[in-house]
Design a protein around this ligand. Structure first.
Ligand code: AMP
Ligand code: MG
Length: 476
């Protein structure tokens, strides 16, 4: 006798219950003709959901937010944010909904969230919708980041809605189901902080501590400990972005999580040729969010987080500023340590190599990469294979003298990253109805360190004529 899979989905509503001031009850718009385009079966299993059921019409109804468990309380979350440095007091989920919280197989609470599910009271002038291309893009890149071992929100599914979304041209709409350890952002704290309600702010901070940094509750000053924890998580995260050549593209404070997960894959992209000035976003003409600026932008954002928390850190404002400033000063050393540790792994350096030697070697390498504009990702794999371009010879002989562990290098330097030309090719085909290139690229990206026959072109840099004019677009 076979046992029918348990299809009960339990969606908690702890966020909505604890923070009603910033949770607006709302419902997803009906999708006229929902079609499941992609389902993340391993993630579904991790969440205790039956993939077979998710493919059924009830399951797809859950994934677009129109068939929810009876006691679900979907909400649009309020938040504020600094966008490209300018203060926006009210942003919020304009086209997104928090369906509720799930407890995964490991006992962790995870948000189930939709993007592209229709207008909410936070929509301002927007239509509340998303097109297939950008939602598949978030799916692909977030899953690639996860496979690279970088903290990130995950993608559970993309469902085409059958609704027309008007952009420059008419496009088909889609809803992405996103899974995150929470959707608390720096902008969430700014929203509550700016409203001046200390009691709500304390409840928000307690909620964040309990979900992400329970140890902070035991500290002498839990809210300062929360700040320290977020600084440490972000220092580590941004170091990991830098080590793989990831450019987030729109590091506004509403796109920076408290958990330390990468969130909001809009105009993000991976750098091909090494260049700290790399910027892809069409709306970032000043290069505020260029590759090389990301650590300093993160510090700036964290200072905004600290400002929002000041009232909780100490009663005396000057004392609060003093403590927060001390904490913020920890970002730079923590970031540098995480980056150096990562570079040591990329170069296969053993523990016997002193930090001073490693620092000199990596600094010289960055200078060479910058002047030679070589493909960043394949450089490290080629180095492991002993393929070294003439300008790097002198440097490489110093490196060889440190007896690098070549096998260890192959375990940490990816062969496959979501290169822009491959992503664009896969999305163009998917938008035209052919998901095969998307699926195949996903297979390559799901095991980024494992070089496989038949996937050669996925390891190659972009053709000469592609890179220079490549731009990504925000809010599409
Ligand atoms: P993002 O650029 O995705 O981080 O979004 C910034 C803000 O704009 C958030 O408040 C979003 O909810 C909102 N937003 C982006 N696109 C739309 C849209 N098509 N309709 C309504 N709101 C949107
Ligand atoms: Mg956002």
């Amino acid at each position: 006798m076979s046992i029918a899979p348990d299809t009960t989905v339990v969606l908690g509503h702890r966020f909505a219950a604890e923070l009603p001031e910033i949770a607006l009850r709302w419902q997803a718009e009906v999708a006229p003709d929902p079609r499941l385009l992609v389902l993340n079966e391993p993630l579904a299993a991790e969440l205790g959901m039956d993939p077979g059921w998710l493919r059924s019409s009830d399951g797809v109804g859950l994934l677009v937010g129109t068939r929810l468990p009876a006691d679900a309380e979907p909400v649009a979350q309020g938040y504020a944010g600094h966008q490209f440095g300018g203060w926006v007091p009210r942003l919020g989920d304009g086209r997104a909904l928090l369906l509720g919280e799930l407890v995964d197989a490991g006992g962790q609470t995870r948000d189930l969230h939709l993007k592209g599910s229709g207008r909410t009271p936070f929509a301002r002038g927007g239509d509340g919708l998303a097109a297939i291309g950008p939602m598949l893009r978030e799916y692909l890149i977030s899953e690639a980041m996860h496979a690279l071992g970088i903290p990130t929100t995950r993608s559970l599914s993309v469902v085409a809605t059958g609704r027309v979304v008007q952009r420059d041209t008419p496009l088909e709409g889609a809803v992405l189901a996103r899974v995150a350890s929470s959707h608390l952002r720096v902008g969430t704290f700014q929203y509550v902080g700016a409203a001046g309600q200390l009691e709500v702010l304390r409840r928000l901070a307690d909620h964040a501590i309990s979900r992400h940094y329970p140890g902070a509750a035991e500290a002498d000053n839990p809210y300062l400990a929360l700040l320290d924890s977020v600084i440490a998580a972000q220092a580590d995260l941004v170091a990991q972005w830098m080590l793989v050549g990831f450019v987030h593209g729109v590091m506004n404070t509403d796109n920076m999580t408290i958990s330390g997960e990468t969130i909001d894959y809009g105009p993000c992209a991976f750098m091909d040729a090494f260049d700290p000035k790399t910027v892809f976003s069409s709306i970032d003409s000043w290069g505020r969010y260029a590759y090389g600026n990301q650590p300093s932008v993160a510090t700036w954002n964290l200072a905004r987080f600290a400002e929002a928390l000041l009232g909780l850190i100490a009663e005396d404002q000057d004392r609060a500023v003093e403590l927060a400033t001390e904490s913020l000063q920890q970002f730079a050393p923590q970031y540098s340590a995480a980056w150096l540790a990562g570079m040591r792994r990329k170069l296969g350096l053993g523990h016997d190599v002193e930090d001073g030697t490693a620092v000199q070697l990596t600094e010289d390498l960055v200078e060479l990469l910058d002047s030679e504009r070589v493909d960043y990702t394949s450089f490290f794999r080629r180095l492991a294979d002993g393929v070294i371009a003439p300008p790097f010879e002198a440097w490489a002989s110093r490196w060889r003298g440190l007896s690098p562990d070549i096998d260890a290098m192959r375990r940490v330097n990816p062969v496959y990253i979501p290169r822009n030309h491959l992503v664009e090719e896969a999305l163009a085909a998917a938008t035209a109805g052919d998901l095969e290139p998307f699926t195949r690229l996903l297979v390559a990206l799901n095991s980024p360190y494992d070089e496989r026959a038949g996937f050669e072109r996925y390891a190659e840099p972009a053709p000469e004529d592609f890179g220079r004019c490549f731009q990504t677009f925000c809010g599409t």
